[in-house]
Write a protein that binds this ligand. Structure first.
Ligand code: AGP
Length: 619
């Protein structure tokens, strides 16, 4: 997600701007599409900001130098609300006199209603962002309180969602105020200077003494003081610690790899993708879909096109979309869709799934769908990338930049976004599915915590992975929504551990693959919840018996409380109970961790595996 830097203190060489620009450079790894900086300039605030990379911002500063100052905030933006333009870049000015500047990481869920109220009071906006709402709220509160800390406290009382905010005001040189809810903020404790950052990489070049802020806390830093209060105004304490990571490790948040970090970030990826997409009554509102409700009501067929992991996300989503909307839903590899003569017309909704938004196979398939007259919607994680631009509409996932080549958090975010789109269609079209929307949204909001639970149970999985470092073949079985998870688990192992791995539909076993089973053959089996309709659960338990009887080593992923699998499992990996259609968001996690740990045990580079690129921009 976005990168945030704040600084107050004397400047050893250069000005506070240099310290902040250096911090932004260290945060570039987070991925971003615009950048900006604000400093105090006598009786006002100076802001320089540009879309694109830091080099553009540096050129702007060279052309329009910033005044020497001891107070500055800086930001690298990963666009969520509003495209990556100069105007939408942070910092944003607040108030009628523009003497306050603010930067933000996260998503303000209720910004629509807040913006309407501000416009009604005569406030004019210069950007499409949710952030600018916060800037005007803090500025308005400052007019009343005359104190930036109190103004921040008054403003955050109105905000819902996830946010880290930093603000400076021309009236208060040497002061930066920060606030955080559901989004990280750390303080760098210096000698006669203090720092703020979205992570320690922002200031690790200046100090290794840090203090992590807790939920709903506000921090005020000056060159010689750091004070923390709760949103309720009561004094609070941050958690001080010494940073013993080097700069490279700091970029990974202390994790050994970006892939590990991104696996751990999946609760946020799901939670942030859900943020801001329901109204106060719990009804879905997908404002960014620029397709008329009438057109969506007339859709008679859905085709999901994607490649690799993204195609498996589509296969998972198919089950839910058909169940909720009763619209036939096909999933097709983009590079196959393009060359077959598909039956597509203006009432076909073609949904492309792409983390990068640049996969050439998927892009060409979208263009083919457009030529055939289909409605095209891109579900994408990269704002302003090519595939959304070539589509009629876009629904962005909010997983944040995914650095590791092997997709993990983008995968769960894509499934989540597909669920939102399917539920939205059901809500629009009425019928049985419409009545389920609010319950499913409640169930979806429980998923981030359930993923956290799974992540907390991975010690044994890591142990198994290290024990299996020399294995040469692993099979994966799943049924129903577990089948695409079997395919994805196999792909993870192939692409980062270079091990032959194959995923099968469990029902397919007796039609050939069971011939592969020999004593000691490791087989992961994704077992549906016992609550799954029909007798799917019982059938998969039978499959486990069949392969165990032939000597397979059965590694079973099963829900809490499912004891039927125990007699036939060499290992049982538990995930919390959840509605069957949402289970893939949990059952994929042990397979990601297994692949990552096994590849690491083999000494391989899990982030940049051989032969692979993060975005396949050639056909
Ligand atoms: C997934 O781990 C791989 N990196 C690959 O299969 C990827 O999902 C595929 O190339 C599609 O990429 P996209 O989502 O950026 O379009």
């Amino acid at each position: 997600m976005c990168g945030i830097v704040g600084y107050v203190g004397p400047t050893q060489n250069g000005t506070a701007s240099d310290v902040v620009m250096e911090g932004l450079a260290r945060l570039e790894y987070r991925g971003y599409d615009s950048a900006g900086i604000a400093t105090l300039d006598g009786d006002t605030v100076a802001i320089r900001k540009r879309s694109g990379k830091l080099i553009n911002l540096r050129a702007e500063i060279d052309a329009h130098p910033l005044p020497p100052t001891t107070t500055a905030i800086g930001h690298t933006r990963w666009a969520t609300h509003g495209g990556p333009t100069d105007n939408n870049a942070h910092p944003h000015r607040g108030g009628f006199d523009g003497r306050l500047a603010l930067i933000h990481n996260g998503i303000i869920e209720n910004f629509h209603s807040l913006k309407t109220r501000l416009v009604d009071t005569g406030v004019s906006f210069s950007s499409e962002t949710d952030t600018e709402v916060a800037a005007h709220l803090v500025a308005a509160a400052y007019e009343r309180t005359g104190d930036l800390t109190e103004a921040m406290r008054a403003a955050v009382a109105h905000l819902e969602g996830a946010f880290t905010l930093l603000a400076i005001h021309a009236d208060q040189p040497g002061v930066v105020v920060g606030a955080r809810r559901n989004s990280p903020l750390v303080v760098g404790l210096g000698e006669g200077a203090n720092y703020l950052g979205s992570d320690v990489a922002a200031f690790i070049g200046h100090t290794r003494e840090a203090m992590e802020l807790g939920q709903d806390q506000i921090v005020t830093i000056t060159p010689t003081s750091v004070s923390v209060i709760g949103f309720d105004g009561t004094p609070a304490e941050g958690k001080a610690y010494h940073v013993d990571w080097d700069a490279a490790a700091a970029e990974k948040g202390g994790f050994p790899s970006f892939m590990e970090k991104e696996i751990q970030d999946q609760p946020h990826a799901v939670g942030d993708t859900l943020l801001g997409r329901t109204d106060a009554q719990g009804r879905l509102m997908l404002d960014e879909l620029r397709i008329s409700e009438e057109s969506l009501r007339e859709v008679t067929k859905i085709v999901i096109i994607a490649c690799g992991t993204s195609s498996y996300a589509g296969m998972v989503a198919k089950y839910a979309i058909e169940h909720w909307t009763r619209i036939p839903c096909e999933v097709e590899l983009a590079h196959e869709f393009r060359y077959r003569d598909p039956v597509v017309d203006q009432r076909t909704l073609v949904i492309s799934l792409s983390q990068s938004g640049e996969t050439m196979d998927t892009l060409m398939a979208v263009k083919h769908a457009n030529e055939l007259g289909a409605l095209t919607v891109a579900i994408c994680n990269t704002h302003g990338s090519t595939i959304p631009r070539e589509s009629d509409a876009v629904l962005y996932t909010h997983a944040g930049p995914e650095i590791a080549v092997a997709s993990t958090k983008a995968f769960v975010a894509q499934i989540t976004a597909c669920y939102l789109l399917g539920l939205y269609l059901a809500q629009l079209r009425g019928g049985a599915g419409a009545g389920q929307v609010q319950q499913v949204m409640r169930d979806l909001h429980d998923i981030p915590a359930k993923i956290e639970t799974v992540l907390g149970r991975m010690d044994r999985v890591r142990e198994i992975a290290r024990f299996m470092a020399d294995t040469r073949s692993v099979l994966f079985l799943g049924r129903h929504v577990g089948f695409p998870i079997a395919l994805e688990g196999a792909l993870k192992l192939k692409e980062i551990a270079y091990i032959h791995a194959e995923g099968f539909a469990a029902g397919e076993l007796k039609h050939g693959p069971i011939a592969l089973i020999e004593p000691g053959q490791p087989v992961f089996v994704i077992v549906p919840s016992p609550q799954t309709p029909h007798d799917l659960h019982a059938k998969v338990v039978s499959n486990i018996q069949e392969i165990r009887a032939r000597g397979a080593r059965t590694l079973v992923i099963a829900h809490d409380g499912d004891d039927d699998v125990v007699p036939f499992a060499d290992e049982v990996i538990r995930v919390p109970e959840c509605p069957p259609l949402l289970a893939p968001l949990l059952t994929i996690v042990p397979l990601q961790v297994f692949a990552c740990e096994l590849a690491s045990a083999k000494g391989l580079d899990v982030d940049q595996p051989r032969n692979l690129a993060k975005s396949v921009t050639v056909e």
